[in-house]
Design a protein around this ligand. Structure first.
Ligand SMILES: [Zn+2]
Length: 156
């Protein structure tokens, strides 16, 4: 019988200990959550991605993104992309032109761009790619779909 008398008391003592311990424990926990939330709220969103100048991608925002696909034929022609959109000065004649490389501090034109395919290669820093989309991805740091959207190469 002493066991039955003792155990409720022991249980009560346990509960009391829990009751006194839990508030301090959970308030510390809550403070940590509040701290984390404050840190998260203070962080500016989408700071890593900056939309390039001349961005004309409003079209893809209006439609359902699931129905949009990459369409290579919608990519701007290399001449329009390099000369008009990026305002690069191309030197020379023929398919391959020279330009100042935007990927390194270039004083004399080291970048070669192909006006037919959009391919590019820098003789100084080695940056290279096969088309204007590859150039856009490296220039902006965007992934493939984002760069394709920036170049308006998505359609339903
Ligand atoms: Zn370069």
């Amino acid at each position: 019988m002493t066991e039955e008398q003792k155990s409720p008391v022991a249980a009560g003592a346990d509960a009391a200990r829990l009751a006194t311990r839990q508030p301090s424990h959970s308030s510390k926990f809550n403070a940590r959550i509040a701290q984390a939330l404050a840190a998260f709220a203070a962080k500016p969103l989408a700071a890593s991605h900056q939309e390039p100048q001349g961005f004309r991608g409003d079209g893809f925002r209006q439609g359902c993104s699931k129905t949009l696909r990459f369409d290579r034929s919608l990519l701007p022609s290399p001449a329009i992309y390099y000369v008009e959109q990026l305002a690069m000065r191309l030197h020379g004649r023929g398919l391959w032109r020279d330009a100042l490389c935007p990927f390194h501090k270039d004083s004399s034109p080291s970048l070669r761009v192909n006006l037919e395919t959009g391919a590019f290669r820098c003789m100084a820093c080695g940056v290279h790619g096969g088309d204007v989309l590859a150039f856009e991805m490296q220039r902006t740091g965007c992934d493939f779909p984002t760069a394709a959207k920036c170049l308006n190469a998505w359609r339903a």
